[in-house]
Design a protein around this ligand. Structure first.
Ligand SMILES: [Zn+2]
Ligand SMILES: [Zn+2]
Length: 158
């Protein structure tokens, strides 16, 4: 199935240069959230001499056309992914950096509460925390376990 992007690009008069096709293909094949650097590295595996700024410009073009979504996950992390039909939100693990998706139905009443009580129209959420694999941090910080003096000692460097 040809993605609508191919048509959109052509309809808008953008030539489907190999670089543009390649950037698009890299994003489409990945179901991950990729940084501009990761996209570049992947493209360069096939086009070793491609100019990085060409890749960055292509990413911006695709974002501008609404084909690729750019998400800021924290101040220094910027990710690109193919825009989906269904809006989604991001869960970002602060321990391992993993990014997961949640959809509107997972938000429960949050959307309605924000609108009713704050007049705020929710578009996109980014939630920071810890993924299941990383745990909630309670394993080594059990309340009341401080008597033994363990866990609260500052690391001493010898
Ligand atoms: Zn994690
Ligand atoms: Zn996403």
């Amino acid at each position: 199935m040809t993605h609508h992007a191919t048509r959109t690009l052509q309809e808008l008069g953008y030539r489907l240069t190999p670089q543009r096709t390649l950037v698009w293909d890299v994003l489409r094949r990945s179901d991950l959230h990729m940084s501009a650097e990761e996209v570049s590295a992947r493209v360069q595996e096939q086009f070793p001499h491609i100019n990085i700024s060409t890749i960055y410009r292509t990413l911006e073009l695709l974002v501008g056309l609404g084909l690729v979504r750019e998400t800021h996950l924290g101040p220094t992390r910027r990710f690109f992914e193919v825009e989906e039909e269904v809006p989604h939100h991001h869960l970002v693990c602060e321990a391992c950096g993993k990014v997961a998706h949640v959809h509107d139905e997972d938000l429960g009443t949050l959307e309605g509460v924000l609108l009713a009580e704050h007049g705020f129209l929710l578009r996109e959420l980014t939630v920071f925390g810890r993924c299941r694999a990383c745990g909630d941090g309670t394993d080594d910080a059990t309340p009341g376990a401080t008597e033994g003096g363990e866990g609260c000692t500052s690391p001493t460097v010898s």
